[in-house]
Design a binder for this molecule. Sequence first.
Ligand code: KPL
Length: 308
Amino acid sequence: MGCMWGSYLAISQQPVTLMLRDSSKLETFQQEGGLQLETQGRCLPISVKAEIASESQAIVRHLLVTVKAQDTVPALKAIAHRLGKETSIILLQNGMGMTEAVQHFIPLAQLFVGTTTHGCYRKSQFHVVHAGWGQTWIGPAEPSVFESVSTSEAQALSEEKKQRILSSLRETGLQIQWEKAIEQRLWQKLGVNCGINALTALLDCQNGRLVEFPEGERLLNGICQEVEQLKHHLSIPREDPPLYEMVRRVARQTTENYSSMHQDLHRGLKTEIDAINGYLLKRAEALSLDLPINRFLVDLIHMKEKLK
Ligand code: KPL
């Protein structure tokens, strides 16, 4: 996702820098001859700067965070010296629960969260294929904080940052919508990921295969019922269409895809299970609610990670 957004920002002539983890990533970037974007059957070389994120001292004004959920805090800690009250951060990731952690140690930066239905995958480290066109919603990380900023001066600053972020992202030509009630969209995406990701990873199958068999339908239904149960306890409104319908629809629309959790598990990487089904368990535990199917999935994925 980072390579995809970086490409479109660069194509629309905006100053953009890829912030890389370490020197080996920068070497790979140079060896591959920079960034390439494949879209609508064309492969475009993208002119974009790249740097080792922690080495520069320059203040970051707009930061789009697309790392895996579990890498969020370490990635931001590595560049904490570059983040201040002039920084706006957008978290565009799978899973939930990262905003609290980020707000905790970067209280001054303005935080936004987003969710997207664009599909992309990498052919190599810096060669990204934009495979499915989608939409993106951006909203305040926590409306209560965002709206309760005390002075009108602070409110004007927040509004200015929001407008700058939106216009910069819209310059790319990708569809961006401001969503004040972003939490609801994040819950919807979380529900979809809770249904599809762990099952496809464990069953070693593409997304669409889940809805080909009655057993798959029953499993998805059970997961979705638990998500709905938790949402009911948290007073989060039910979705229309119901989550189960939504999950089946996404599984069909992305039928050939291997989910991100499938890809992580099969590459021997740590998965985002703790920010997806694991996030449900954390929220449920605080309410003394048991979600046995989701607990089972989390345990199985953790076991798989350990058995690698
Ligand atoms: O977001 C996804 C993921 O794989 O993480 C879905 C929507 C399930 C598409 O594969």
